[in-house]
Design a protein. Structure first.
Length: 204
């Protein structure tokens, strides 16, 4: 008697993010261990078949894939109630079919690109201990909360008391991210690391 493997069905639900233009599609599968932020179609076409197909839809402006979720950012002239179900069904079917989400070598290529751009960690030797503390605080207290909102935050540099972070996913272009950055993250870092004077952000 033949036995066929029973596939676990893909469960998918949506979560609001603080950014009204971004919606988080959460699944019961690990999709990608890491962060993959696609703001432009050419990058998606090079590295992510899923993001490429989503970009083909006129209302998709950005795709962010991390762990068990996909955050989709839409063009502002479309309403979520008109497109959410379509996106949900599409992403669910894509995952169920076991298609490739991100091609191999993406993480390495992004690291190389950052090095070429000069986006390697920027800080002086004497600040190394402070930077370790700042990064630990960001990873422990900030990243999990930001990830719940469908986004990501990365440390970029520390110079003359100014911490620069990179915002990705739903955090990018989010109206409330400036408030979160200033009142939440900056306040915490100033308390825990008195050498920090200010926190500024760049879009990933």
């Amino acid at each position: 008697m033949e036995t066929t493997a029973v596939k676990n069905p893909v469960m998918l639900y949506t979560e609001q993010t603080p950014n009204p233009e971004s919606l988080k599609f959460v699944t019961n599968r690990m999709l990608y261990r890491g962060t993959a932020d696609f703001r432009e179609q050419p990058l998606a076409e090079e590295w992510s078949p899923l993001a490429t197909e989503l970009f083909a839809m006129p209302y998709v402006k950005g795709v962010y894939i991390s762990n068990n979720f996909v955050t989709v950012s839409k063009e502002f002239n479309y309403a979520w109630e008109d497109i959410m179900f379509k996106l949900k069904e599409y992403i669910k079917a894509y995952i169920e079919e076991g298609k490739t989400l991100i091609t191999d070598g993406f993480a390495e290529a992004m690291t190389k690109l950052e090095e070429e751009r000069g986006d390697t960690y920027e800080y002086s030797e004497e600040d190394a201990e402070l930077v370790k503390k700042i990064k630990d605080l960001l990873n422990t207290y900030v990243k999990p909360a930001v990830e719940m909102d469908g986004g990501n935050i990365e440390f970029k540099s520390f110079k003359e008391g100014i911490v620069t972070v990179i915002l990705q996913g739903s955090c990018s272009g989010c109206p409330s991210s400036t408030v979160t950055l200033k009142s939440g993250i900056e306040g915490m870092l100033k308390r825990m690391v008195p050498e920090v004077k200010e926190v500024v952000s760049e879009m990933g």
